[in-house]
Structure formats: structure tokens, C-alpha cells
Write a protein that binds this ligand. Structure first.
Ligand code: GDP
Ligand code: MG
Length: 683
């Protein structure tokens, strides 16, 4: 297939809260457009975009999936995205490579957490948007309530372009008030136009058509004049003005239907073609200068058959099969073999992709999410995707001993493909930590480890990286002396400990005068102290924030050695440390929680019981953003708690803020636990 002209392309990211029907809607659109012959379902695991086994088992999308269809002579690229907050990295990346977002909302639930999130993200990107109020057939579905909510919570510029005929199980079709026609419920068949708009809806349709026209002409002066003069406006010119308004972000058309019955898809496809700008009309949120061919990789998928597949958007020029590209990150030259046109997991070979198009390429070795591919080495800054920081960490251990290296390599591979999955070793606790955006996110990674690499791991609550420090000055002297036959051991030193102001770091000050300890042995004292500091006497945590002054000592002409001074230093430190009023420090996290207004009381009460300190609350559109400082030890497993406190409508992020003293009654318990652990380790 030859490259498609940019003006004939529509690139759309389907985004929204989990379970609002994104995957079902993509399926219906593909079906209605004739790109597929059968309407698959999420329940049976037969949809085009949820093709991954893990997705079918969990009945939810876990990764972005690329599909396409043709409508009104245009190629529509649809990127179906996961709705769970754990996979928001994919959504963030997808929104950067399209000219429009198709946001699904449930007619029962209305605006939910992720709806607001993707809305906010789209606003930042000034991305044109179309909203689809789905699930009109469900009990307690109410299109008009959802519409009011959209207007109140997201933007007053949300305007209905489609209306339901009937509601809940008595829903029989929808009316397109832009084109003034109706569609009847096809119940899984291809949708067809109905004869006429039901007579009993005439008043309502007239009312909403007027609202729509009012909104549209308000964005177009010339049209406004003619409208006010009472002229009848043609559907085409209204559609044209609507598109301009959508492109400028002045209007957000609201469509509706039932994805699983394939109702509303014709009007929606029309709206996508007529409402969302083509790449010729609007540059994507990612652009690079310099001409030539440039393609941006927004997603790497591991395909069980084709290996690694990179999804890309052509920013400029034409990317052809059998060409060579340069990766601006690795500077590696790579051979582009086969280009692919994807329909979920189905691949079709493609010759080339023109500017603005979205496609896939298999088997690039060095290329992964976030990379920029050029036809020749040029000095261009690769775009940044601004992925959010992971919110939760687990300690990972292999089930089988000896698999450590394999686990680490496999996890590294996964983290490369998904930048919101972070792998690191905690230098303090020595644990291998896997951090992700949600519990499901990390669990899915574990499933993939098993499925793709054949390694099994266990997840544990990570250890809290406690630290120890001192609160006052102290002094101690230790003499290490041993006389066993031949040559003995002798080291003697006196040290003073002082707390450092920031409670960080370590300083060693040599204040020996008159050479009571010869130069060569003094670093050994320092070394002994540093070793002792690795495991503090309170809870075995590293000690920091200490200045040590070596003030006095003694040596023996024959028996002194580095070893003897090292031991003396270490013993002197342990002694002085006890007298320096040592204290346990714990990491404090700054947590930002987004919850529905009605759950604020419960969430705050719970934070209080976690020793949290409220820093601020900011309500916006039915949700409240709570900011609090909470000790890490209390918030390791917060995700389950928040889910039950908010019925799954809450969401949080956190990052490390600083270390603070552990209150003494809690420190006692941590200290006792660590003593017990030490005992157990000895047995
Ligand atoms: N009754 C009804 N169920 C729907 C509709 N759209 C989707 N569903 C169901 O809602 C669930 C979630 O749909 P899915 O497409 O996976 O949502 P996604 O998470 O946004 O991709 C599935 O069980 C679908 O069958 C709809 O319009 N009406
Ligand atoms: Mg889905």
C-alpha cells in the first residue's frame, strides 16, 4: 500500500476510565467500517485490540493497541488504550502522537477519575477531543445527566451532537442532530440509517439542534451573521465550522451509543472524520525540526510471534521498508526490514508510511519506547514523554534459588519496553525493587516474566530503608590489645562524635598531634568506623550525619598494625555511638491523593491513623486533591486501602520527601523486630 496523504488521515487515541467501553467501541468502529467481519466481545476475549493473553484473562486492556479502518475515504488510525491508572504511561504516550482524543464515558457512572485525568492531559496538549457517552442500554444510564456532568466537571463547551432514542433497555437508537438523521439499534449487526427521526422527539431534537448551532456559530463570525439573519445553514458548512472549533479546542462534541450493540458508530465515525483534524491541519504534540524522515516510537510491544514490535508515528518524510534509520538515543544505525500495518495482533506488510501516519516495525534491535528514528544522523533533541513516577514498589525475589541474574535481566527487558516500570536495587536494604503505577501493573509484569521468560518470582512488601543518626556529642576510647605467643596486636584510639547539621553524610577529622598514632594507621581507624556505621547499633540500619574527630591514641612499636587500629576504631565508635543519643530515621513520603468528594472524610481519617499529616486539600469538579506527608512504613500497601475507602474511585502518587525521626514508641517496635530478625538469622 502506498503512503496515505496527510489530509486523508485521522489519528485518534481512545482514552477514558477503565471499563467505559473503549475496547468494545474500537471493535464496533472497525466492524462498522468493514475492517473486520465479526463483532468480537471483551467477555469472550475476541476483540481486535485486546489480543494479548493476559488481557483476555483479565478482561481488560493492559497495553496500547493499534488498529485502523477506512471511512469516507479517510484512513482512521485508532489507538485503544488501557484505562487502569497503572498503565497511564501508554495513554500519555498515545496522546502525544495523535490529533484527537476519543474519550469514552459511561452513561451510568459519568465522569470518573481517569476521565478527569485524560481530560487534564489533553488540555495540557491542547488536543482536540470528541466524547462518546457509552452504555446507554444499561440500567440507570442517563445521557443527559452525563452531559450535565461533562459540562460541569470538564468544560461548558461540551455540546451534544447525538441523542438517545429511549433509554436503558428501551433504547432503540440514536439521533444525529448535526446531520438530522437517526440510526436504529442494530444489536450486533452492521448499523443502518433509520427512516426518520421519531415524531415524539421533534421538540427535543429541535432544542438540541439549536444548542448545537448556537455553539457552532459562536465560534465563527461570518456564520453567526447569516444565522442571526435567519438563514438556513447547510449541514456541510456547519460541520466545517464545527471541525474548526474542535481543532481550536473551542468545542467538544458529545456523541453517544452502545458499543457492544454497535449502536452509534456510524455517526461517531462521521464525527471523527468531520470533527477531528488531519495531520495536515494540526501538527502532533511531538514535532522535530530539520526535515528529512523522522518517526517517533511511542510504544514497544513484545509479540509472541514477531518478537519486538515498535509502534511509531511518522513526524515528517516517508518511512519505507528496506531502509536504514538512525536512532538518536543509541546513535545506532538500524536496518528497517518489514513495515507493518497492524489490526490488533494481525499484521499486514506495508511498503511505506507517509507523514502523519502511524504504523509498526518489527525486529529493530536497539529501539524502544520514546526513541526518535531519523533517516540520517542529525542534531535533533529527541522528544520527552514525561512519564509519571511509579507509585508503589515491591521487593522481588526469584522462586528458584540461582535465578537472580535471569530475573534481573528479564525485568530489565520489561522496564525498557515500559518506562513506567522501574527496576532498582535499594542500596540500603539490598533488595531488588520493582516499582510500578499500580498493583495490577506490577502483577502483570510478573505474569509476563513467567509467560515470556519462564522465570517465577515472589513479590514482598519492601523493607523500609531506615537510617540511624546521633543527637549529641560523645567521646569514647578503645584499646585493642592481644598477646598470643609471637607478635601481638595493639591499637588505641580516642574519638569524639558530633552530629552533622543536615543529618547527612560522614566526616572524619584527623586531630592527632605529636604523632601519637603514626600517619599510616589513621586511615585504618576511619575505615573501622565506616564499617561499624554500615550497621547501626539500634536496628542495624546505616548510620549517617556524623562527624568523627580522632583526637588521641597510642601505638606500640612492634604490635601495632592497620588491622588493630581498624578494630579499635570500630569498637570506639560503637561505644561512643551508644552515648551519643542515637535515633532511628524513617523516610517520609509526599502523597497526593485524588478522591471523590464524598470519600474525603474517610480518606483523611485513614491517613491520620497512618501518622499522616495533611498539607492541603483542593476540590475541583467533584474530586478533591489531598496532599499529605506520610511515613513510608505506613503507606507501603496503600493501594488496597484506597480502593476500599473510595470504591475504586481514588488514585494516588507519591515521592520521597525527607528523613525524619521515628517516634520513640514506634522506634521501639522496629528495633525489637530487627533484633528478633538477627536472632533468627543466627539460628
Ligand atoms: N451493556 C453494555 N456493556 C458494555 C458496553 N460497552 C462495553 N460494555 C461492557 O463493559 C465492559 C468493559 O468494556 P471494555 O470495552 O473492555 O472497556 P474498556 O476498559 O474501556 O476498554 C465489558 O464487559 C463490555 O462488554 C455498552 O455499550 N453496553
Ligand atoms: Mg480496554
Amino acid at each position: 500500500m502506498a503512503a496515505v496523504e496527510p489530509g486523508k488521515l485521522r489519528n485518534v487515541a481512545v482514552v477514558g476510565h477503565r471499563g467505559t467501553g473503549k475496547t468494545s467501541l474500537v471493535e464496533a468502529m472497525l466492524f462498522q467500517a468493514g475492517a473486520i467481519n465479526r463483532l468480537g466481545t471483551v467477555e469472550q476475549g475476541t476483540t481486535t485490540s485486546d489480543w494479548d493473553e493476559d488481557e483476555q484473562r483479565r478482561q481488560m486492556s493492559l497495553a496500547s493497541s493499534l488498529c485502523h479502518c477506512e471511512w469516507q475515504g479517510r484512513k482512521i488510525n485508532l489507538i485503544d488504550n488501557p484505562g487502569d491508572a497503572g498503565f497511564s504511561g501508554d495513554t500519555i504516550a498515545a496522546l502525544r502522537v495523535v490529533e484527537g482524543a476519543l474519550i469514552t464515558v459511561s452513561a451510568v457512572m459519568g465522569v470518573e477519575v481517569q476521565t478527569s485525568r485524560v481530560w487534564g492531559r489533553s488540555t495540557e496538549l491542547e488536543l482536540p477531543r470528541v466524547i462518546f457517552v457509552n452504555m446507554l442500554d444499561r440500567e440507570r444510564a442517563d445521557f443527559f445527566r452525563a452531559l450535565d456532568q461533562l459540562r460541569a466537571m470538564l468544560s461548558e463547551r461540551c455540546v451534544a451532537v447525538h441523542l438517545p432514542i429511549g433509554s436503558e433497555h428501551e433504547l432503540t437508537g440514536i439521533v444525529d442532530v448535526l446531520h438530522m438523521c437517526a440510526y436504529t439499534s442494530p444489536d450486533g449487526q452492521r448499523e443502518e440509517k433509520a427512516g426518520e427521526i421519531p415524531a415524539e422527539m421533534a421538540d427535543q431534537v429541535a432544542e438540541y439542534r439549536e444548542k448545537l448551532l448556537d455553539s457552532v456559530v459562536e465560534t465563527d463570525e461570518a456564520l453567526m451573521e447569516r444565522y442571526l439573519e435567519g438563514e438556513e445553514l447547510g449541514a456541510e458548512e456547519v460541520a466545517h465550522a464545527l471541525k474548526d472549533a474542535v481543532t481550536r479546542g473551542e468545542l467538544f462534541p458529545v456523541a453517544c451509543g452502545v458499543a457492544t450493540k454497535n449502536l452509534g458508530t456510524t455517526a461517531l465515525l462521521d464525527l471523527v472524520v468531520e470533527g477531528i483534524p488531519s495531520p495536515a491541519k494540526r501538527p502532533p504534540a511531538i514535532a522535530v525540526d530539520g526535515g528529512g524522515t523522522a518517526a517517533f516510537v511511542f510504544k514497544t510491544v513484545a509479540d509472541p510471534f514477531a518478537g519486538r514490535i515498535n509502534l511509531f508515528r511518522v513526524l515528517s518524510g516517508t518511512l519505507s521498508s528496506d531502509s536504514t534509520i538512525v536512532n538518536t538515543r543509541s546513535h545506532a544505525k538500524e536496518r528497517v526490514g518489514q513495515l507493518l500495518e497492524l489490526q490488533g495482533k494481525e499484521h499486514e506488510q506495508a511498503k511505506e508510511f507517509g507523514p502523519g501516519d502511524i504504523g509498526a516495525v518489527a525486529k529493530l534491535k536497539e529501539t524502544t519506547t520514546g526513541d526518535l528514528l531519523l533517516d540520517a544522523e542529525r542534531d535533533v533533541e529527541p522528544p520527552k514523554l514525561d512519564f509519571p513516577e511509579p507509585v508503589m514498589s515491591f521487593a522481588v525475589t526469584p522462586k528458584a534459588k540461582g535465578d537472580e541474574e535471569k530475573v534481573a535481566t528479564s525485568l530489565r527487558r520489561l522496564a525498557e519496553e515500559d518506562p513506567t516500570l522501574v527496576l532498582r536495587r535499594d542500596p540500603q536494604t539490598g533488595e531488588q525493587l520493582l516499582s510500578g503505577m499500580s498493583q495490577i501493573h506490577v502483577e502483570v509484569a510478573v505474569d509476563r516474566l513467567h509467560g515470556r521468560f519462564g522465570v517465577d518470582v515472589e513479590l514482598h512488601e519492601p523493607r523500609v530503608p531506615y537510617l540511624e543518626t546521633i543527637r549529641k556529642e560523645s567521646r569514647a576510647r578503645h584499646r585493642y590489645k592481644k598477646q598470643t605467643g609471637g607478635r601481638g596486636q595493639f591499637g588505641d584510639c580516642e574519638i569524639v562524635l558530633e552530629p552533622l547539621p543536615e543529618r547527612e553524610g560522614y566526616e572524619f577529622v584527623d586531630e592527632i598531634v605529636g604523632g601519637v598514632i603514626q600517619q599510616g594507621f589513621r586511615p585504618a581507624v576511619d575505615k573501622g568506623i565506616q564499617e561499624a556505621m554500615q550497621h547501626g547499633e539500634l536496628a542495624g540500619a546505616p548510620v549517617q550525619g556524623v562527624r568523627v574527630r580522632l583526637v588521641d591514641g597510642q601505638q606500640h612499636s612492634v604490635d601495632s598494625s592497620e588491622m588493630a587500629f581498624k578494630i579499635a576504631g570500630s569498637m570506639a565508635f560503637k561505644d561512643a555511638y551508644q552515648k551519643a543519643d542515637p535515633v532511628l530515621l524513617e523516610p517520609i513520603m509526599e502523597v497526593e491523593i485524588s478522591v471523590p468528594d464524598d470519600a474525603v472524610g474517610a480518606v483523611n481519617g485513614d491517613l491520620n491513623s497512618r501518622r499522616g499529616r495533611l498539607q492541603g486539600m483542593e476540590p475541583h469538579g467533584g474530586m478533591t486533591a489531598i496532599k499529605a506527608e506520610v511515613p513510608m512504613a505506613e503507606i507501603l500497601t496503600y493501594s488496597q486501602a484506597l480502593t476500599s475507602l473510595t470504591g475504586g474511585r481514588g488514585d494516588y502518587h507519591m515521592h520521597f520527601l525527607r528523613y525524619e525521626e521515628v517516634p520513640s514508641h514506634i522506634a521501639q517496635k522496629v528495633i525489637a523486630d530487627s533484633k528478633q530478625e538477627l536472632e533468627e538469622a543466627k539460628v
